[in-house]
Every structure is written in C-alpha cells, then in structure tokens.
Design a protein around this ligand. Sequence first.
Ligand SMILES: O=P(O)(O)O[C@@H]1C[C@H](O)[C@@H](CO)O1
Length: 295
Amino acid sequence: PHPRSFTGTSLTQNHDEYQKTADWLMSQTRHRPQVAIICGSGLGMLADTLKCQDTFAYADIPGFPQSTVQGHAGRLVFGELKGKSCVCMQGRFHMYEGHSLLKTTFPVRVFKLLGVETLIVTNAAGSLADGLKPGDIMIIKDHVNFPGLVGLNPLSGPNDDKFGPRFPAMSGCYDKGLRCQAMEIAKELGVAGLMQEGVYAMVGGPNFESIAEARLLHRLGVDAVGMSTAPEVVVATHCGLRVFGLSLITNKDTDSVNHEGVLEVGRLRSKTVQQLVTELISRMEINNNNTTNAV
Ligand SMILES: O=P(O)(O)O[C@@H]1C[C@H](O)[C@@H](CO)O1
C-alpha cells in the first residue's frame, strides 16, 4: 500500500524482522546498549555526549523506516555515556508521516532485543498548563494516548507473546524512581525552576491544535500536547522496559506556533536537556541482565 494511505495499515510485523535488524546492528557495532534515548524535535544533540560512537544512517539499517521531518536527522548513534552503553535515535517516526504505528515503534522492540533495559523518550510539546512556559521542561508523569483511545494502537493486531502480554497495564508506565531522580538532579543543576511534572497528550497531527481543541485538552487535564511518544511508551511498557520521559515546552497554547520556532527552543535549551539526561543516565542503576552483552 501507499505509505500515506492509512496509518493503521500494517497490523503485523514478524518477530524475525525485529530480530534481523537487531542481529544486523550487533554485527556492525561492539556496543551492547543498556539505555536507549529517543530524541524529540530539535533535541538530536543528545547524541553528541556519547563517546566512542558508531553511527548508522536509518537508510542503511535493514527494516528501519526513514525520517522525513526537519530536525530529525535519521541516524542511530551507539556510544558510551559515563560508563553506560547507550543507543540514541537522532530522529523519530511519527504517525502523521504516514508510517504505520508498528513502524513508528519498530526501533523500541529492536532495542529490547539488543538488551536495552531503560528507554528515555523526549519530545517538543505545546503547553496547556498555566505554570508551564516555553523553555520549561516537563517530566512526563502520565500520558493520554488519544489515537490509542480510538484504536490506533501499535499493539493492535495479533499479540506477539515473545514481547509481552495481550492486555498490558499502563498505570505507572513512567518510572517514579527516575522521575524523582530527575527532579533531584534539576535542583543540583539549579534548573528546578524550569521543571515540573505533568501529563502529556498525544494527538495525531500534523496540524497544530485549533484554539478550541487546545481549550478542550486543557479542560481534560492535559498539561502538554505533542504528536509522538505515547505509542513508543506503550510498546516499551508492553515489553517490560523502564521508561523516563520529558517534554521540552516550545510554545504556549497555539499562539503563533510553527516548527521553526519549536526547533529554536530546542537549540536554546539543548545544554540543559543534555546535562539532565547525562546526569540521569550516569546515576541510573542498571540490572545488567543484558544477555547479549558478551562481545
Ligand atoms: O518528535 P516530537 O514529538 O518532538 O515532534 C514535535 C511534534 C511534531 O512532530 C513537531 C512539531 O513542531 O515537533
């Protein structure tokens, strides 16, 4: 089918296809990541802090979709960060690009097969909360997966029991311990004033919300709105990954929002987001049950 025909087109993905991609990556790099990071719009610089990098263009990775959005470079970067082995997606896949939800979340299951234990998701988002202004950072405490509520869910279709159960719980899917740790780090870095916890809602995009839609979301208890993240977190939670998420607030409501402005706030806050994520990874406890660790 034409890739833009219907975002729910592909409801099955053979387990072997994830394994094939994971095996290919393991044949190309000696890194065996414990932590995976997905960079949101304008946040690709999170990969810059990785040492001893091995970098792959998405176009060269078997089974990987392609990034089409400005500010999403389309590279997978492996490297070391403060003694932890990491893999970083410089560029994510969005439903509005025409990818099936299984494709947008394809890398998450590949990460699981690589031995990753913790997923860090980041995104750019618009604020709907009085206390959140552009440049602030929201630690995601929960999400509203609007596409998921109406059946656009990467877990639709036959369940792959090798990854997780048919009916996974989503309560507590943003790890409390990591959220507390991130707040502690923010205090130590002197940026606690920029940070608070909140609820992220995913909408389909690609248009930004109308004024009435933003008002509706606000009334429903949403603090920040974006066009990604929830499907990745659903798939990660299904296969037992620990998740930490943060939203960089790039605009307030829908006031004169545009993608260039979104990327600009990313550049402005890149150092702070980088410091936070680096410190969080450095303090993270890893169980080291990476069965693929032996190189
Ligand atoms: O990948 P994220 O969720 O950070 O991207 C946000 C949502 C849209 O893709 C884009 C709008 O500027 O940024």
